[in-house]
Design a protein around this ligand. Sequence first.
Ligand SMILES: [Zn+2]
Ligand SMILES: [Zn+2]
Length: 275
Amino acid sequence: MLPVDNHVHSQWSFDTDGQGSMAATCERALELGLPAVAFTEHVEWTDWLADDAIAAGPLTLDWWEKIRPLDVTGYLADIEQCRERYKPLRVLSGVEAGEPHLFGASIAGLLSTGPFDRVLGSLHALPHKDHLVGAEQLFYLLDDGEDEVMRRYFAELVRMIEGPGQFEVLAHLDYPRRYWPSGPAAYDEAVFEEEYRAVLRALATSGRVLEMNTKSPLASVSLLRWWREEGGRAVSFGSDAHRPWLVGGRFDLAVDIVEAAGFRAGEDPLDFWLR
Ligand SMILES: [Zn+2]
Ligand SMILES: [Zn+2]
């Protein structure tokens, strides 16, 4: 059986431009034979609370003009409807919380309006010269090379994991890799082994789960083995689909990679895969 898709966006995420129908996504998931999907809608912030870590610094929040608050009531009503309508598919609720270390209090407030079955933590934007800046922008803004973008990203990711924000699963751990410039040097995980291991060690110490993100270039078997070696116990699969037809994308390949690294499906299909 295919794993649960624990990272899917619907029309309730501000960056799907009204085209991420939750109902159509459930229909596609049933067709594929997925046991469950989690609608982990984007939560990013254009303001902060006094208790958020970001309040202590001079950062400006102007990095993504699309950001809108999540309509939790409307979203949860839609989840309920899909649960009724698309049995035996299990429909899980969730959020993808951006920069949780900077917005710990805001995220805690949002989660209290739940229930949310899955909480992903994501680093999409980094502090740079008094601004929060989209990670992909750093390839243009930093003049000390693309390797430096990845190193800055991994260092911030460790701060995120060790920070105060609540989340269970680390989403797309090498997110800027999606935007790696085409040129003579292809992206090579091995160049960043030390940085990956530092992130994975911090993640394992915190007892969290690593995501196999199938929208990003797929992680290698070696990378999943580093996760085991650093103490990691659990893997979550996520298509990061923003359109219905992308749910469960490349899960066949992802399953082969995760199995080759020594992780197996749990007893309950809703479980994360365990070593
Ligand atoms: Zn994301
Ligand atoms: Zn996402």
